[in-house]
Write a protein that binds this ligand. Structure first.
Ligand code: PEP
Ligand code: MN
Length: 340
């Protein structure tokens, strides 16, 4: 249940209600906004709920108690009606500015990393991406440079000042990747890796959770809840396309998910039209559509020579195409009353 406290609630009163709930075995999540303070109380048994709701509603500093019947609670919109803004160094995700994440699918060398980072930054990107631990459907594909790749990504951050995002696949690597990354990425293949989600939940590094390619919106939000329930609330959702009967595109980018998530959850949402389409020529129009539909940003893949990319060359933008994307995107960003 969600307990909405009066505007003038004191810290002592918050501690009092927290102690009351903890004594009854409930897990507590606190969200303090400028306008409202909300406590999420998780784990009440069905036959405990009515009595608890009555007791809480009787407290003078409780405004109201809202039961949440959905299987996700802390990531539900009711928990933070104003929406979540995540700050990563000097970049905000989920605020009024649209956030552009760009970089190669896979870190391949120092030269390509620095060249790509320098170009995307000049063209207006905010966050640099690059995979060092690469998931792959085939065991024979390239699986990334590992920690050596993380070092190159960190060097590109130092050279450009851009925060970096990179994937972590194994719960045993979370600490290592947190030592380099500003944002962790959970890929589509790991959305339901609950051991990994729990480990990331215990970390304090922001995380971008991609949608499983065969997962419903509700399953995706429950995966996010795994992370939030361990105390890491800095979660960004990323729609990256789902599998349908269509084979012309690599996946089907689910634009419905964007406004749906905006009403169901307070978490920021990023669109990934690269994996969502698998075709570089569709990346820009789908990126524009996603921002028009309410996405808080986009993630795209950029490579100095896509034809030679070790991974995902077909959906990677050249430097010139990335510059063109930024120009078209800015027009949409302004049309929806946001900034970039
Ligand atoms: C990626 O971002 O390069 C990636 C592997 O994405 P996904 O998990 O969406 O396939
Ligand atoms: Mn990729």
């Amino acid at each position: 249940m969600i307990i909405i406290l009066n505007r003038d609630v004191t810290d002592t009163q918050i501690d009092e209600v927290r102690a009351f709930l903890e004594a009854r075995g409930l897990g507590i999540h606190l969200s303090r906004g400028v306008e409202t303070t909300i406590l999420g109380a998780i784990g009440a048994l069905d036959d405990q709920k009515a009595e608890l709701e009555g007791q809480l509603a009787a407290l003078t500093y409780v405004d109201r108690v809202v039961p949440i019947s959905k299987p996700y609670k802390v990531v539900a919109r009711q928990f933070r009606p104003q929406g979540t803004t995540i700050r990563v160094r000097d970049v905000e995700i989920g605020g009024s500015r649209i956030c552009v994440m760009a970089g190669p699918c896979t870190i391949e060398s120092e030269e390509m990393m620095i060249a790509t980072a320098t170009h995307v930054r000049e063209a207006g990107a905010h966050i640099l991406r690059g995979g060092a631990f690469k998931p792959s459907t085939s065991p024979y594909s390239f699986h990334g440079m590992g920690e050596d790749g993380l070092k190159l990504l960190a060097a590109a951050r130092d050279a450009t000042g851009m925060p970096i995002i990179t994937e972590v696949m194994d719960p045993r690597d979370v600490e290592l990747v947190c030592g380099y990354a500003d944002i962790l990425q959970v890929g589509t293949r790991n959305m339901t890796n609950f051991t990994l989600l729990r480990e990331i939940g215990a970390a304090r590094t922001p995380v971008m959770l991609k949608r499983g390619w065969a997962s419903t919106i509700e399953e995706w939000l429950q995966a996010a809840e795994y992370i939030a329930s361990r105390g890491n609330y800095d979660i960004i959702l990323c729609e990256r396309g789902i599998r349908t009967f269509e084979t012309y595109t690599r996946n089907t980018f689910d634009i419905n998910a964007i406004p749906a998530l905006k009403s169901l959850s307070h978490l920021p949402i990023i669109a990934d039209p690269a994996h969502g389409t698998g075709r570089w020529d569709l990346v820009t129009p789908v990126a524009c559509g996603a921002v028009a539909a309410g996405a808080d940003g986009v993630m795209v893949e950029v490579h100095p020579t896509p034809a030679l990319a070790l991974k995902d060359g077909a959906q990677s933008l050249t430097f010139a195409n990335f510059t063109a994307l930024m120009e078209r995107l800015r027009a949409i960003v302004h049309a929806v009353g946001r900034d970039c």
